[in-house]
Design a binder for this molecule. Structure first.
Ligand SMILES: NC(=O)c1ccc[n+]([C@@H]2O[C@H](COP(=O)([O-])OP(=O)(O)OC[C@H]3O[C@@H](n4cnc5c(N)ncnc54)[C@H](O)[C@@H]3O)[C@@H](O)[C@H]2O)c1
Length: 363
């Protein structure tokens, strides 16, 4: 296989000669402590403080990454009036209250995904950010997976997208269903690739361990005809995170976990495909041909930058330059709104299923 490569541009241009940006992390649990670690490693940031309801947790991160602790956002804003940016990695239900306090004081926010538990809250955050002219980026980290960045740069306009995001139950984030927990990553990527309004959503789901869905499948139809089929499960035995897409002129396959992807482009095979078409039209029997040896996918190359590091560096560059970040509050809102439509559809499907069961027949 030829190793024709095309590198993803770095999303962030290092801002030269600027002093480090004073930052904080709100919520240093499973995700937030990684934000604290990455900020402590980045030259562009000066980690001033971490905030957590759990004082022992805050102290552990502060000791490890060399910063102060606060027990509330109010205390943070009072003690660090020069704060310019913060990551919000509290449980999703608390994103809006923390974001409002910070945005009102002009502090840029990197808000973990999903942006909010509802599109109403997500809209409120996006509107406030716009009104105050303050940067908001949403933590859809998968966008910073190098293979996704490279794919986005190809500019492929897919007609069909299929995603699989399945894994074993982690017993975390069980306050939300698998759509807001896992499928939201793919909803964000699919919305980015489809680049068209969502016109129809049809979904099914199954709740096994609680009241929220643990397995879901959704079919999304976009204006212009692109169709996406998304599957998410937190009850699978083995993890798998994949995306496949085809367009008129290309096929892309991504394995997120392996950070690997391939592109099959019609342009790369124009001559071979033209010859095949001619021979088929002439009625030639090609059943002995090995199609796999004719089409040669290009590997989508990766750089080894940690996606969270790329995400936070991109955020800091946006704070410094005032430019719109790649995953802004509008993108975060769009993903939440799409997730709500998926959940509404799968609930409706459940209700209709129960009604049919109660009638005792599908007739
Ligand atoms: N980008 C990703 O891939 C990814 C992965 C996992 C989680 N997340 C998101 O990150 C966020 C946090 O998830 P997690 O798994 O780290 O949760 P977690 O429960 O492990 O950590 C949350 C932390 O926030 C603290 N906290 C709660 N309320 C607070 C408040 N009002 N003020 C300050 N601190 C508060 C808790 O004490 C805890 O330490 C969620 O929005 C989740 O959806 C994103």
């Amino acid at each position: 296989m030829p190793k024709t490569v095309f590198m993803a541009k770095r999303y962030h241009a290092r801002v030269k000669n600027s002093p480090p940006i004073p930052v904080a992390v709100i919520g240093v649990g499973r995700m937030g402590r990684h934000h604290a670690r990455v900020y402590s490693e980045l030259d562009e940031a000066r980690l001033a403080a971490v905030v957590d309801d759990d004082a022992a947790r805050a102290q552990a991160s502060a000791s490890e990454y060399g910063c102060e602790t606060c027990t509330s956002v109010d205390e943070l804003l009072e003690r660090f009036p020069d704060l310019r940016a913060a990551s919000i990695a509290t449980p999703t239900v608390h994103h809006r209250s923390a974001a409002e306090a910070l945005l009102e004081r002009g502090v840029a926010c990197l808000i973990e995904k999903p942006l909010a538990p509802s599109s109403v809250d997500a809209r409120a955050i996006a509107d406030l950010a716009r009104a105050r002219g303050v940067t908001v980026q949403v933590g859809h980290t998968e966008r910073f997976n190098p293979v996704v960045r490279a794919t986005a740069e190809l500019g492929v306009r897919p007609l069909f997208i299929e995603t699989q995001r399945v894994g074993p139950m982690s017993f975390r984030s069980i306050d939300v269903g698998v759509v807001f927990d896992l499928m939201i990553h793919d909803l964000d990527i699919v919305l980015m690739l489809a680049r068209a309004p969502l016109v129809d959503v049809s979904a099914v789901g199954v709740s096994v361990l609680g009241t929220h869905e643990d397995v879901a499948n959704a079919r999304l139809v976009f204006e212009g005809g692109c169709v996406a089929n998304l599957t998410a499960s937190r009850l699978a035995r083995k993890p798998e995170r994949k995306l496949r897409a085809f367009a008129d002129d290309a096929y892309v396959s991504i394995d997120y976990a392996a950070k690997a992807g391939v592109l099959l482009s019609a342009a790369d095979h124009a001559e071979a495909l033209a010859s095949l078409r001619t021979r088929l039209a002439a009625g030639e029997d090609l059943s002995s041909l090995d199609y796999g040896s004719i089409v040669k996918p290009r590997e989508i190359p990766i750089d080894e930058e940690e996606p969270l590091r790329a995400e936070l560096a991109h955020f800091l560059a946006a704070v410094e330059s005032g430019e719109r970040p790649a995953v802004d509050a509008e993108a975060g809102h769009a993903a939440v709104e799409a997730a709500e439509r998926v959940v509404a559809s799968l609930r409706q499907h459940e209700i209709e299923g129960r009604a049919v069961e109660a009638r005792g027949s599908w007739g």
